[in-house]
Design a protein around this ligand. Structure first.
Ligand code: BLA
Length: 319
């Protein structure tokens, strides 16, 4: 496996090193594979782009966690920089081949930059992947926002949409959080697919960093408030409906899982705004006023990729 990136990736001095990374998986292809490379690449690249990347204050409370099985380890790290409110990563390596990466970068409210989102779940049989520059504002109907950030990235999206084909039906509500270049895919593990995924991650991350580089600080207070509320809405969605929550709960118990979700993964959900999940997503309200536990109210849909090759949304409209 001599991918062209492996030479450029050095262990990052700021990265909390996994203490007991075990390679006891029976599958050879999977055993050589680790999401640590992805994190190291992202941190190295971020340091090149922004001179003052510093550890976040969250680092103190969220670093390594042993799961209740006594074997699985959760590794967390977090940073901030002038334009970056929070860069955080959660990786999980279990003894049974299960590996998880949840890597995201949230900009400060002064920037309407997309949110970088890499969510990879690997088990013996399958890989479930979402990789995207999640739009902060509507990228389906608001053509100005869409053009500003995605116009130049359509060829990149097309390249990887072909290599990592659409993963089939998904929670319909998720589509509004995805961009025209989203990679949503499922595949069984192979060296080739993992190499493609690393390559997609590096290219998408470089694309995001270059947007960050170019973006200008917003000074209009109304626009800053809109950015902040949009990010808060995104955090409300993900902290309430993330598919990873049930696995986290099983690994570390409900109390710690909630803490990791609300204070680490989707940090800001309690600080960036006062609105509740149901204020943003009233369709999830049950008769007794509680939140419907179902992930989707509309149901799953979008069997095929709902954007054409020019990045125009061609899915059924939402109801
Ligand atoms: C499945 N993860 C999924 C699916 C999506 C995502 C779309 C398919 C099921 C569905 O349609 O809901 C990811 N959904 C997202 C993302 C956004 C969204 C990134 O709306 C952003 C807006 N996944 C994780 C983590 C774990 C994880 C941390 O991110 C584990 C700790 C696991 N994801 C996971 C598992 C499944 C899954 C186990 C398959 C099981 C299921 O569908 O519930």
């Amino acid at each position: 496996s001599s991918s062209s990136f492996s030479t450029t990736i050095k262990p990052h001095p700021l990265l909390p090193r996994a203490k007991n990374v075990r390679f006891s998986c029976s599958m050879k292809a999977a055993s050589a594979f680790s999401y640590q490379k992805f994190i190291q690449f992202a941190l190295d690249e971020t340091k090149h782009s922004t001179s003052d990347l510093i550890p976040s204050s969250l680092q103190e409370d969220f670093n390594t966690l042993k799961a209740m099985d006594g074997k699985t380890e959760l590794n967390m790290c977090s940073f901030q920089a002038p334009k970056i409110r929070l860069l955080r990563s959660l990786s999980i390596e279990a003894s049974d081949c299960m590996q998880v990466l949840d890597f995201a970068v949230f900009p400060e409210a002064e920037y309407d930059l997309p949110i970088f989102c890499a969510n990879f779940f690997t088990s013996v049989n399958t890989n479930i992947v979402v990789l995207d520059l999640n739009p902060l504002h509507d990228a389906i109907d608001e053509t100005h926002y869409k053009e500003k950030y995605y116009k130049n990235l359509i060829p990149l999206g097309l390249k990887y949409a072909e290599l990592l084909p659409w993963g089939g039906k998904l929670t319909s509500e998720s589509l509004k959080f995805f961009s025209p270049i989203v990679i949503w895919t499922k595949f069984s593990s192979s060296q080739e697919k993992h190499d493609i995924l690393l390559s997609a991650f590096t290219e998408y991350y470089k694309a995001w960093l270059s947007l960050m580089d170019q973006t200008k600080e917003e000074t209009d207070v109304t626009q800053i408030s809109l950015n902040r509320e949009a990010q808060h809405r995104y955090l409300a969605w993900r902290s309430q409906k993330d598919p990873g929550y049930h696995l986290l709960k099983r690994l570390i118990g409900e109390t710690r899982a909630k803490d990791v979700v609300n204070r680490f993964l989707f940090n800001g959900v309690n600080e960036l705004g006062n609105k509740s999940f149901l204020d943003y997503f009233p369709e999830y309200e049950r008769e007794d006023g509680s939140i419907n536990e179902k992930r989707s109210i509309i149901g799953k849909s979008f069997k095929n990729r709902p954007w054409d090759t020019r990045g125009v949304f061609i899915g059924d409209t939402f109801s």
